[in-house]
Ligand binder design. Structure first.
Ligand code: SAM
Length: 300
């Protein structure tokens, strides 16, 4: 039976707000110049590895503009200077990265990966006779790790002794806050199979009509943490059996992709699996990993 509940205001209404919103502090005619675009895109590349091509100038202009207003400065030059100050480095850099990262995601996105997971990967990993460790790397607002949790719960129902844990990380504190909250508009849960909706989602009522929330037992299975792929060492002290890093490296250049692949490779347990997005490719993999499909690889 569908569990229905009105989400309590305390948990449901928490919002990740921007600091004091100084509307109109910036002149509307002030646009990001080519020089400013190259300064900001260099900074974003250095800090987050995100490679913004000049065609993204209008997009960057729009996204940064919101931060200028929030901080209360009137030009891109002033905002850039502020980002170099200790306060800017400590507080604003994270919020600037929140604003410029692209977070599109869905439940059961690229669904073939989940078929391969249950049909091939999990039966092979079960032989290890211990908990399966999964990492959703670049998890955005949580749809990917919660999909993984649903799939794992189903699999574990018919394999009683199997346990699992899911680590989900992202650069953006904004998306992580949404992911922890785990409340989604009804339109977002359309890809979730009906039987899973009944088992793993709570339907909102009253002021929460039109939303679903992931059930607590699933929320408890996912540990969300902030992690920047550009960090020299990842603060993860266990080897992973499965890494999902999908629709992330598409924003990186080849050099950054290669460095990230090395870090993932080190983080994988022997025989572990790496999933990347359907439109992505990683040339460095060949030779080091066995190819199970165009975007699924196993560490030799
Ligand atoms: C398009 S979403 C993909 C979400 C999910 N993996 C999927 O396939 O639906 C890409 C995510 O990568 C994150 N990201 C971008 N650069 C990052 C970095 N340097 N370190 C960690 N996460 C990063 C973004 O914040 C964003 O949430």
């Amino acid at each position: 039976m569908l569990m229905a509940q009105i989400f309590s205001k305390k948990t449901g209404d928490a919002e990740v707000g921007l600091p004091g919103d100084h509307q109109g502090a910036m002149e509307d005619h002030c646009q990001l110049s080519d020089l400013e675009f190259s300064k900001f895109s260099r900074l974003i590349y250095d800090v987050a590895g995100i490679n913004l091509q000049p065609v993204k100038k209008t997009m960057l202009d729009g996204r940064l503009r919101r931060r200028l207003r929030a901080v209360g400065v009137s030009s891109f030059a002033e905002y850039f200077k502020y980002l170099q100050t200790p306060e800017g480095q400590e507080r604003e850099m994270v919020l600037m990265l929140d604003a410029v990262s692209t977070n599109k995601t869905d439940f059961f996105r690229e669904a073939k990966h989940f078929d391969l997971l249950t049909g091939q990967v999990l039966p092979a990993l079960m032989r290890k006779n211990r908990q399966i460790r999964i990492w959703s790397a670049g998890c955005s607002t949580g749809e990917e790790p919660y999909t993984l949790a649903m799939v794992m719960e189903e699999f574990c129902e018919s394999h009683k002794n199997l346990g699992y844990s899911i680590l989900a990380t992202d650069l953006s504190t904004d998306v992580l806050a949404k992911a922890r909250l785990a409340i989604y508009e009804d339109s977002k849960i359309e890809p979730v199979p009906t039987t899973y909706r009944y088992k793993y989602l709570l339907r909102g009522e009253g002021s929460r009509r039109g939303y679903h929330r992931v059930a607590p037992r699933l929320r408890r299975k996912v540990n969300f943490q902030r992690l920047n792929f550009m960090d020299e060492h990842f603060a993860i002290n266990t080897e992973m059996d499965i890494i999902f890093c999908r629709n992330v490296i598409i924003y990186f250049d080849q050099q950054t992709q290669a460095a990230l692949f090395e870090k993932f490779y080190r983080q994988l347990a022997p025989g572990g699996y790496l999933f990347i997005g359907h439109s992505e490719s990683l040339h460095e993999i060949d030779g080091k990993m066995r190819r199970l499909g165009p975007t699924v690889f196993q560490k030799k």
